[in-house]
Design a binder for this molecule. Structure first.
Ligand code: ATP
Ligand code: MG
Length: 352
């Protein structure tokens, strides 16, 4: 296994209370001015004439990055003074995320603030660059938009779409587990987003509830592209967080491709339905063994159709995993997640 040790905190605890972290263990110090900002378009995404957007109304409305007005093209890049900062939305390993509102347009966004010194200390500069390069270019209703970024002497700021209902992880912990309809809707939407990513030659590689956010209409949004890569890539990754979502080929350090996301989709399906990931165990070694030999126990309440789908996703041979397009046609998805169906978390709130 390729597990590097490091001192930084991980947001997900293992079931026995231990934590595992994915960052580089080597913490060589570098000057913050050596931090290179990714070469992505930095045009201001918010237009002068963007209407005031009430977060309660529609926080997911898209801000057009293209300006119809030539004058706007010349706009200076963003700075923190362009935003009114609101409450903290969450804490990540390398900084905090705040609710923020662009002063001119009143457009509500989430501002992720990362400290350059911490990024350099943990040697994840390339990871942040990749996150920005990839996420800025993706456009899909189930992928969190990154509108742009800017930086000052000490910090780097990522301007993100605001996901009103926060992390799926939190929602799942609150509810214990989801009913089959809600789980199927989230699996369907994640499948659609992954099909889109794969078409763009992007492998996410870190699908898990902590990296999925829930938007205004309870829709799922993939966030956190820090571990994603452009395929083909022979890049090996230092292991990420808990082993729970990693495919057999990844924990064995073998070359891996798009099918790692199909494996994670199967793991997520189980965790949404059961409340715990399928390979959860008292220690890393046991989890490793369970993944390696695909040892899964299904509680009685899981339907036969759901088991059938998970059984077709959680397959050792990556080439034999059910292709994503077929997931959308699987009887469990067709029965529980017909187009237009809303997660029951949403309908329950509406009715009350
Ligand atoms: P880690 O590497 O530990 O995952 P991170 O640095 O990637 O941390 P995030 O996961 O992006 O940090 O954010 C931390 C928390 O902030 C999330 O769990 C979520 O609750 C909240 N958050 C992040 N982005 C948004 C957003 N766009 N809208 C709403 N809440 C958000
Ligand atoms: Mg995260």
């Amino acid at each position: 296994m390729f597990v590097n040790k490091c001192n930084c905190k991980e947001n997900r605890l293992l079931s026995d209370g231990r934590t595992v972290c994915k960052c580089s263990a080597n913490t060589q110090k570098m000057a913050t001015d050596s931090f290179k900002v990714p070469a992505v378009p930095v045009s201001r995404p918010l237009q002068n004439n963007t209407k005031v957007i009430n977060e309660a109304k529609d926080s997911s409305a898209c801000i057009k990055p293209e300006s119809s007005n030539k004058k706007d093209d010349k706009k200076k890049s963003w700075s923190v003074t362009d935003f009114d900062l609101g409450r903290p939305l969450g804490k990540g390993k390398f900084g905090n995320v705040y609710l923020a509102r662009e002063k001119e347009s009143h457009y509500v966004v989430a501002l992720k603030v990362l400290f350059k010194s911490q990024i350099l200390d943990s040697e994840i500069e390339h990871q942040v660059r990749r996150e920005v390069e990839i996420q800025c270019r993706l456009r899909h209703p189930n992928i969190l938009r990154m509108y742009g970024y800017f930086h000052d002497e000490k910090r780097i700021y990522l301007i993100l779409e605001y996901a009103k209902h926060g992390a799926l992880y939190k929602l799942l912990k609150e509810r214990g587990r989801f009913d089959e309809k809600t789980a199927a809707i989230y699996i369907r939407d994640l499948t659609k987003a992954l099909i889109y990513c794969h078409t763009k030659k992007v492998i996410h590689r870190d699908i898990k509830p902590e990296n999925l956010l829930i938007g205004h209409n309870w829709e799922l949004k993939i966030a956190d592209f820090g571990w994603s890569v452009h395929s083909p890539s022979s890049r090996r990754m230092t292991l990420c967080g808990t082993l729970d979502y990693l495919s057999p080929e990844m924990i064995d350090g073998k070359p891996h491709s798009y099918a790692v996301d199909i494996w994670s989709l199967g793991v997520l399906c189980y965790e949404l339905l059961v409340g715990l990931p399928p390979f959860d165990a008292k220690d890393t070694h046991q989890t490793y063994r369970k993944i390696r030999y695909v040892i899964i126990k299904y509680p009685e309440f899981v339907s036969e159709k759901a088991k059938d789908l998970m059984g077709k996703l959680l397959v050792i041979n990556p080439e034999q995993r059910l292709p994503l397009a077929h997931v959308l046609q699987h009887p469990w998805i067709l029965e529980n997640a017909p187009e237009g169906a809303q997660p029951t978390v949403y309908t329950a709130e509406q009715q009350s």
